[in-house]
Design a protein around this ligand. Sequence first.
Ligand SMILES: [Mg+2]
Length: 232
Amino acid sequence: MVSRCSECSARVRPIVAVDIDGTLAEYHKHLGDHICRYFGMEWKQHPIYDPWDGEGNYEDYFGITQAQYREAKLAFRQGGFKRWAPVMPGVAALRHTLTGLKQTHDLEVWVTTTRPWNRLDSTDPDTRHWLDRHFPLYDHLLYDDNKYERLAEIVDRDRVVAVVDDLPEMWAQAARVFGHSKAFMVERPHNEWFIQSAPYFDHDYPGERIDLANFGAKVLIALVDNGWERVA
Ligand SMILES: [Mg+2]
């Protein structure tokens, strides 16, 4: 299928959506480390020894209140992490595959995040700085608390062939908006609980979590399955 816009005859491109925090960039390990140091917790409580598996609220895992959690998280956000966040394993392989699919299938890459761009002046420039260094192939950057619902408002949802995210609630939103077959969950310690606690969100998780390095192959399969032909 090579679709064209009925208004301008421009070729309609397939879309892949990729999350940042916890998917492309390390997040929970450093936020957890920050929270422990912020409140002077004992080392035995440090997440490096017993990573959070995603069950319950993150603040309960540390034994702090929601107000304390929000205070520490705000301090963390103000600390420049969005520039120096370490790159997750598999990003280089994903970049390589998606760069190839941009050429062969005219794939459009959206980076979709719930980062609060309008509440911290540094969020947008620091996010773009990080992406330019580590994921420069992206075409669009979308900020929204309900990012996949918002994406479906901006573009024809049939154009979206695959989405990858680390958070169960965001994966569920992508599955609801675009269909289960298009929503992938990247394998992380903090979503272990989700996998082992089916049913969740009133349905069973339909597939395995994936290694980020394998997501590019899933995108290629999705392009073929959804009838998007090679253009080069
Ligand atoms: Mg995330």
